[in-house]
Design a protein around this ligand. Sequence first.
Ligand SMILES: [Zn+2]
Length: 120
Amino acid sequence: MKKRKLTQFEKMLHGARRALLEEIGECYDETLRVSGDSSSEALSGYFFHPAEAGSNNYEQDRAAGLITSKSGMLKEIESALARIREGRFGVCEECGCNIPLARLEAIPYCRACVKCKSRT
Ligand SMILES: [Zn+2]
């Protein structure tokens, strides 16, 4: 992949990462507002173990669920950024082919080509 294109994807991923972090932060506010617990210890506990933090109502469950799914996506984005650094970005992890640009533009953090993805 061309360096310029790669830089573009890197920028895109960084932007998506920042937006996600902000959204996750908003979810925290929600869970904290509901639980009334604002200690930073509880905050970091919630971030890394949302399922273990315990929740007792719908709003908290919903926010915790959002944090879990957004954290998962954040991990995907961060591993995509790592692949850019390691020069493996855009290569299918299953078959080693180059993932088509159109697919990367739609999902910049995807790990496999459509063929491999649909096989799993
Ligand atoms: Zn593949």
